[in-house]
Design a protein around this ligand. Structure first.
Ligand code: FAD
Length: 476
């Protein structure tokens, strides 16, 4: 008999959360802690969404999206999760760039970037300072017609090298391009510049385990392998969800599933007005990714001067669309040393990531797909050899993931790594105006993506739900 993952689920909740990405987990935790009866439903067999990991024989454990996040995670985790989680966040101090324009190592904060821009790139100190002040002051209500290209042209005209230094990491961090609104760049860049790049000691598996424990303490019911196939609506208000052939009633539903999938499939267009649907149809998905996971043999150690994060490129010029090309010239290498998992056997692992287009991978036959993956692995090892000499002889395990892999595990349309482009934010925020009690919390709008963006968006939406349920309780 197949196991019934919904066995302990009750027929009625205050809130059902669909999806256990970081936004869904956080929304569930905040609402559970506030005393609501919350059910978290996840279609995969483990929690975390894109914040995930996998094991391979030989004591190898790969993190998929733990490459770096801003310092703000400490505050968010302390407030909305636990002190133990917040206290496990550690800085990555060796961020490297290597491309035909420059090679350097930095701590990736305002102070060190100012030093580099002034002494190495010979930019006037006043310009650097004005640039940092401008991006730090940016917020959601700013002029959205200014693009990142426009912003850079204002401060650093004709300086492709400076733009590359400032922009390349953010393209990897949230998939934004020079044509996107400058605020999507400015907000995320300033978050990093405040104190640098951080990681989670013990790995993603430990983080998600600690989050699961906290959800349990806050009384949140959790069901994995539970794929919601419908959001139920009655008289313009959310009524619950359908999952595994059962209907579960709820006063509010928070969907952490892909925004477009939430509206077009789980809810269905009939429940939305024409203007909103037109807006929703205009929402562009963000790009996807490829990754190559590389484990060194147990006795093969890397010197930490190799770096924590390495933005490597062989492209002579910097173009954001080149970062999406199948003909890969730019990769981010994450190097994991034994200190990343102090409690585990000492291992050195490397994950290479590139941004990618789903359509470049979607339609190939099984044979072509296997050959393309092989090619991705081989070209990555060629590129890695420069930083890890003789790497092929030192490797115990290597495998690749493509946009199809990300779509398969998270159900994100097009395997989107960072949700939607900017226009998705307004559509996500306005969902509850279409169906009372229905909210979306998950990577959207470039800003609300990444580990910190997703957690913070989960909090914002939990507060909206709380306000709505409180109003309903006192009849206002
Ligand atoms: C290769 C890669 C590298 C990355 N690196 C970084 C990094 O270094 N730093 C950083 O900050 N961010 C990084 N990110 C981005 C970051 O991981 C994501 O932005 C963030 O984890 C997304 O969280 P989320 O809450 O939007 O939900 P997601 O992680 O997208 O999770 C959505 C969840 O909903 C579930 N779901 C979907 N549909 C249903 C359904 N119908 N029923 C039940 N469950 C459903 C899915 O299974 C999934 O668990 C990376 C992403 C990728 C792909």
């Amino acid at each position: 008999m197949p196991r019934d993952f919904l066995k302990n689920v009750k027929p009625v909740y205050d809130v059902v959360v669909i999806g256990s990405g970081l936004a869904g987990l956080t929304a569930a935790n905040v609402l559970g802690r506030a005393g609501y009866r919350v059910l978290l439903l996840e279609q995969h067999y483990k929690l975390g969404g894109l914040a995930t990991w996998f094991k391979r024989p030989g004591g190898y454990l790969f993190d998929v999206s733990l490459h770096g996040f801003p310092h703000g995670m400490i505050k968010s985790c302390r407030r909305y999760w636990t002190r133990e989680i917040a206290d496990s966040i550690v800085q990555l101090k060796h961020i490297r760039f290597d491309n035909p324009m420059f090679s350097l190592t930095t701590t990736f904060d305002r102070e060190d970037f100012t030093r580099l821009l002034v002494t190495r790139f010979h930019v006037a100190p006043e310009t650097v300072s004005q640039f940092f002040d401008t991006v730090r002051a940016m917020n959601f209500y700013d002029d959205q017609s200014l693009t990142s290209r426009g912003l850079f042209d204002r401060f650093f005209p004709q300086r492709e090298d400076v733009i590359r230094l400032l922009m390349e990491p953010i393209v990897y961090a949230n998939g934004s391009t020079l044509e996107d609104p400058a605020i999507t760049y400015g907000i995320v860049f300033s978050n990093f510049m405040s104190k640098g790049v951080f990681s989670f000691e013990g790995g993603t598996d430990r983080l998600i385990r600690l989050m699961g424990d906290e959800l349990g303490r806050n009384g949140v019911d959790i069901a994995i392998r539970s794929n919601v196939d419908r959001i139920l609506v009655r008289r313009g208000a959310v009524a619950g969800v359908r999952v595994g052939g059962r209907e579960i009633a709820a006063r509010a539903v928070v969907s952490n599933a892909n925004l477009v999938d939430t509206i077009m499939r789980l809810l269905g267009p009939d429940h939305c007005d024409r203007q909103y649907l037109d807006q929703a149809r205009e929402v562009r998905l963000n790009n996807s990714s490829t990754q190559v996971y590389i484990a060194l043999k147990p006795d093969e150690m890397l010197d930490e001067s190799t770096g924590d994060l390495l933005f490597s490129s062989t492209a002579p010029r910097f173009q954001t669309d080149l970062l999406l090309s199948r003909d890969i010239t730019s990769r981010t290498f994450s190097f994991y040393y034994p200190r990343a998992r102090p409690a585990a056997p000492p291992r050195c692992l490397i994950v290479s990531s590139t941004n990618a287009r789903f359509e470049d991978w979607a339609h190939s036959s099984p044979k072509e797909y296997a050959a393309s993956k092989r090619d991705l692995i081989e070209s990555t090892l060629d590129a890695l050899d420069r930083y890890v000499p003789d790497c092929r002889a030192r490797i115990a395990h290597v495998e690749a993931a493509t946009p199809r892999t990300f779509e398969h595990y998270t159900r994100h349309l097009g395997g989107a790594s960072f949700g939607t482009k900017f226009e998705g934010l307004a559509v996500s925020r306005n969902l509850s105006q279409q169906v009372r009690g229905l909210y979306h919390a998950g990577s959207v709008g470039i800003i609300m993506s990444g580990w910190l963006g997703a957690i913070n968006y989960g909090v914002i939406v939990a507060n909206d739900v709380d306000a709505m349920l409180s109003r309903a309780a006192d009849g206002s």
